[in-house]
Design a binder for this molecule. Structure first.
Ligand code: AMP
Ligand code: ZN
Length: 450
């Protein structure tokens, strides 16, 4: 099985060749735990979970190391703690818990390691020190900056030269910097803010440094895949490369850089700063985690995806149909042929359309076809709940009680007997809008949750 994947570094779709096929190494940037994760963050989460599952299928369950960090030191966390007048760890623990609940609901596998930035500050101080000693970084009044001009490949990942970067991006202005593009490795902390002792005084690390340190510690100086959302290409990933390659005298930090496109709302990126976010917790109040997962996989991971009710209702309908063929136990046999679509740069829209075909074949087909369909659904992380739990979810999303539903159905039957088909139809539509579907068969009327 050969995996082809789009590499931001080469700007090409490439054949994936691991450094060591007995240990595939992947790092994806995890959440900054300052506020409830939103469904835009969930897209990144689900895309890299899918890639993790695919790699495990190709190379073996135990042969893939997936690291996804938690950024629990950041100015945004400090600001929100001040705003809410709460201790920092109260915020980070609560948001981390929300994040873990979201991962579970979206049926994301646990990464092999989930390091927290706060557990690695000593290593960050060490790396900063080493970069200063090697002449790639400088200190100025308690601040330490990476000197971008010392790294000749700067801009290679984002495909920009230094002048373009200077002109086109919002770079933090500071009197302590020699060059506006230089970025912070270490900065001083005020007394009341979190800080650690260092040769440059009490302070805290920069965000980019966190990922360089944690990826090297748990993977290696050079590893296979580094991923994240498109917004991380510049400056975050560009800066990670500059730090790591300079410090380790390597030409590459990771061989494949993979970035997911944005989740949008009315075509605008979903982000906290634009205020157009839907938290995963809120989305889960209305939709089952599988519905959200399927929605996030419904377009190619590199393309933008617009979040709206129509998209979600469609996935709910699809899953409901598919659940009619759900099998709790099935023999895990040959990998379904449609897996080919996932090997081609994670082509999930094509895979999902093949799932529809498999469903049709299985509907009138034998046990083997049904099992094949069940296996294919599980390959992308669906059918993690049994049929009963799916039915319960549908029941929960209907606001009216069973007693009212039955009364309404009887009222409708009376109307039909009297020939008042207008009223009968009105009741049918009313129930449909509540999420209840009526089916008339010969002399019998049955109902089910939509
Ligand atoms: P953050 O917590 O903001 O550092 O983001 C965590 C991950 O979610 C990163 O990989 C981001 O690139 C990704 N992300 C944030 N917003 C979106 C969005 N609207 N669409 C897709 N991915 C996003
Ligand atoms: Zn990162």
């Amino acid at each position: 099985m050969n995996l082809k994947i789009s590499n931001t570094l080469s700007k090409k779709k490439e054949l994936f060749k691991p450094i060591n096929s007995k240990n595939i190494t992947m790092y994806a940037c995890g959440p900054t735990v300052y506020d409830s994760p939103h469904v835009g963050n969930a897209r990144s989460l689900v895309v890299f979970d899918l890639l993790f599952r695919i790699l495990k299928k190709i190379y073996g369950d135990k042969n893939v190391t997936y690291v996804r960090n938690i950024t629990d030191i950041d100015d945004k966390i400090i600001d929100i703690a001040k705003e809410k007048n709460l201790p920092i760890n109260k915020i980070t623990e609560e948001v981390t818990k929300q994040f873990h609940d979201a991962c579970k609901n979206l049926n994301c596998l646990e990464p092999t390691v989930e390091p927290k930035a706060t557990g690695h500050v000593n290593e960050m101080v060490k790396m900063t020190n080493s970069l200063i000693e090697k002449g790639f970084a400088y200190e100025n009044d308690g601040h330490v900056y990476f000197s971008v001009s010392s790294f000749k490949d700067y801009g290679k990942l984002s495909n920009k030269n230094l002048d373009e970067l200077k002109a086109g991006s919002r770079v933090e202005v500071s009197v302590h910097k020699k060059n506006p593009l230089d970025f912070v490795l270490w900065k001083p902390s005020q007394e009341k803010d979190p800080g650690w002792d260092s040769p440059w005084g009490r302070g805290r690390p920069g965000w980019h440094l966190e990922c360089s340190v944690m990826s090297e510690k748990y993977l290696s100086k050079e590893f296979d895949i580094h991923g994240g959302g498109l917004d991380l290409v510049f400056p975050h990933h560009e800066n990670e490369i500059a730090q790591s390659c300079s410090n380790n005298s390597t030409s590459k930090m990771a061989n494949y850089w993979i970035h997911n496109g944005f989740l949008t709302m009315n075509k605008e990126k979903m982000s906290k700063s634009l205020g157009n976010i839907v938290s995963i917790t809120d989305a889960l109040k209305h939709y089952n985690g599988q519905v959200i997962r399927l929605a996030l996989l419904s377009s190619h991971y590199k393309q933008p995806l617009d979040w709206n009710e129509k998209l979600l209702d469609q996935q709910k309908k699809t899953l409901d149909k598919w659940y009619s063929l759900y099998e709790e136990n099935y023999d895990q046999k040959k990998i379904p042929n449609c897996f080919e679509s996932l090997l081609d740069d994670l082509n999930t829209p094509e895979y999902i359309s093949k799932l529809h075909e498999l469903y049709n074949e299985a509907f009138n087909g034998d046990k083997d076809k049904k099992e094949n369909f069940n296996y294919a659904c599980r390959l992308i992380g669906l059918f993690n709940e049994n049929k009963k739990s799916w039915e319960n979810y549908k029941k929960k999303s209907v606001k009216i009680s069973e007693k009212i539903i039955i009364n309404k159905i009887n009222e409708r039957l009376e109307a039909r007997k009297k020939g008042d088909f207008k009223l009968a139809d009105k009741i049918r539509i009313e129930l449909l809008n509540e999420g209840v579907l009526i089916e008339d068969k010969k002399d019998e009327t049955s109902w089910k949750y939509k």
